[in-house]
Design a protein around this ligand. Structure first.
Ligand SMILES: [Zn+2]
Ligand SMILES: [Zn+2]
Length: 263
């Protein structure tokens, strides 16, 4: 049985739980250790049983609580070398046994889960998304994406479950109170994926067979869950894809664990 659950999702902090049997992984740990432990216990999981914490990139909303979890429960952290170097001060001291390096583009195993970290366009040193191959399923997490491109599509295609960024509504962002430099960064090629782009990607992948989508990493200022959901739903409708019949679409909560996908 695979359990996949977003614990927190959004610009204020991200963490996702994935398990198969005894293998239990956290993808990102971007909140305080206390918050992560709370969310794990709310879904009946114990941090002492974690096999690993994977870090997608050094931004604080993905790395903040990783060091605490590692030190407190003796859990290994996995990241690529550039990310390790960039997040050193955020994560703090981690014992060498728990400091694991992976290479972007090279797969590795954690227990019975095969992990493939793939490159994503974002303004961090070496950001990645993750494919997980487990129990004949492919599960993918892809947030903090400036734009979609052909290479990225090949990594996320064919997933059974995809957690995809749906960060902002472009009009809300343009009209909002952020300074222009920040707006430009978010809308830029290495910023964040808009609701509309997420909708196009979901429509494309739904036509290729993916059935479960979770929208995540919503901006607090420039988005809200109903808007992200409705924007994607409208784009699907244009392509004659029916949410109730053809696919499952949900939005990951910002401040609490979302309903787990169990397959
Ligand atoms: Zn980021
Ligand atoms: Zn982020």
């Amino acid at each position: 049985m695979i359990k996949f659950c977003s614990l927190y999702s959004g610009s204020s902090g991200n963490s996702i739980f994935l398990s198969s049997g005894k293998t239990k992984i956290l993808i990102d740990s971007g909140l305080s250790g206390k918050k992560i432990i709370e969310a794990l216990s709310s879904i009946g999981e114990n941090p002492t049983e974690l096999s690993a914490v994977l870090i997608s990139h050094e931004h604080i909303d993905h790395s903040r609580g990783a060091g605490i979890i590692s030190r407190k429960f003796d859990i290994p952290i996995y990241a690529n070398l550039n990310t390790w170097n960039a997040m050193e001060s955020t994560v703090g001291p981690v014992c060498s046994n728990n400091k694991i390096y992976f290479n972007t583009g090279s797969g590795f195993e954690i227990g019975n889960i095969f992990v493939n970290p793939f490159p994503i366009p974002h303004d961090a040193v070496e950001p990645v998304g993750f494919n997980f191959f487990v129990e004949n399923k492919k599960i993918t997490t892809a947030t903090d994406i400036g734009h979609m491109n052909r290479q990225l599509l090949t990594y996320i295609e064919g997933s059974d479950v995809l957690l995809l960024e749906s960060n902002h509504d472009v009009e809300m962002l343009k009209m909002g109170k952020y300074p222009w430099s920040l707006k430009k960064r978010i809308m830029g090629d290495r910023g964040h994926l808009s609701n509309e782009m997420a909708g196009k990607v979901v429509a494309y992948l739904a036509q290729k067979g993916t059935r479960r989508f979770v929208l995540g990493h919503l901006s607090r200022e420039n988005n809200f869950p109903e808007l992200a959901y409705q924007t994607v739903k409208n784009i699907l409708k244009e392509k004659s894809i029916d949410i109730a019949k053809d696919i499952m679409l949900s939005v990951a909560s910002r401040g609490q664990a979302s309903e787990a996908v169990v397959i």
